[in-house]
Design a protein around this ligand. Structure first.
Ligand SMILES: [Zn+2]
Ligand SMILES: [Zn+2]
Ligand SMILES: [Zn+2]
Length: 246
């Protein structure tokens, strides 16, 4: 499987509108601190699936020349994770969308002018798409209702995407996501900045260690990190367009 981090930013993205901090200035001048909103592309020999559809989806899909998507999985109902789905409007009809019932109810009401193919799935129940096995697992991201992370398996390869979450993920989920080849973790800020709904970089590293992840990549990054080239010397920061083959 091939994974592309289409968008590695937090909800405001980097640069933040009106901000002149060194990280936002690096983004303005074309550096890797430029981060669009959250979306991850999963590819197999059989097709392409998106995990979340952030508001910058049109630019992201044009950027990598994608013509067709075989499915979308939504992790939760926050704007920065689904609003870009409307970019499919009049481009591709009947997109297959997957998520738990509450998430689909909310998003499809917001997108009432569109009619994707709805597929309700339950947490901890594997389903198959493009020849890969996907499992949604519960995370903690208050006040979002029933947010999930996504586990993907192909043969003996295992990838875990935390989605937006705090560090205190329930034991059932922790058991499921143990020993991944790759963990893509929400790490919104360095530990010097207080955060409630997400993990900071220290907590994300701690999660990676506790589940025995062979490799970890951070995403959902804010402008509170130093500019990418500096911060990435010490932390495994992802960046827009990053590709990982497994
Ligand atoms: Zn988010
Ligand atoms: Zn800034
Ligand atoms: Zn969120």
């Amino acid at each position: 499987m091939k994974i592309t981090l289409l968008g590695t930013g937090d909800a405001p993205g980097t640069p933040v509108i009106g901000c002149t901090c060194p990280t936002c200035m690096d983004a303005h001048s074309g550096g890797r601190s430029m981060r669009t909103r959250f979306s991850i592309l999963i590819e197999s020999e059989k097709g392409k699936v998106l995990v979340d559809t952030g508001p910058d989806l049109r630019t992201q899909l044009l950027g990598i020349g994608i013509r067709h998507i075989d499915g979308v999985i939504w992790t939760h109902t926050h704007y920065d994770h689904f609003a870009g789905f409307a970019e499919f409007h009049r481009v591709q009809y009947n997109v297959d969308v997957y998520g738990i019932k509450d998430t689909l109810d909310y998003i499809l009401e917001y997108l009432h002018f569109m009619h994707p193919q709805r597929h309700e799935v339950n947490m901890y129940s594997p389903f198959f798409l493009i020849g890969l096995e996907f499992t949604l697992f519960e995370v903690m991201h208050p006040p979002a209702k029933k947010p999930v992370g996504v586990m993907i398996k192909e043969g003996n390869k295992k990838v875990v995407i935390t989605g937006d979450t705090q560090r205190d993920i329930c034991s059932r989920s922790l058991e499921l996501i143990r020993d991944p080849d790759l963990l893509i973790a929400d790490a919104i800020v360095p530990p010097t900045v207080e955060v409630k709904k997400h993990m900071n970089s220290e907590e994300a590293l701690d999660l990676a260690k506790s589940i025995g992840a062979k490799r970890v990549v951070f995403t959902h990054l804010s402008h509170y990190f130093a500019p990418h080239e500096i911060a990435s010397k010490e932390l495994p920061l992802g960046f827009d367009g990053m590709k990982i083959d497994l």
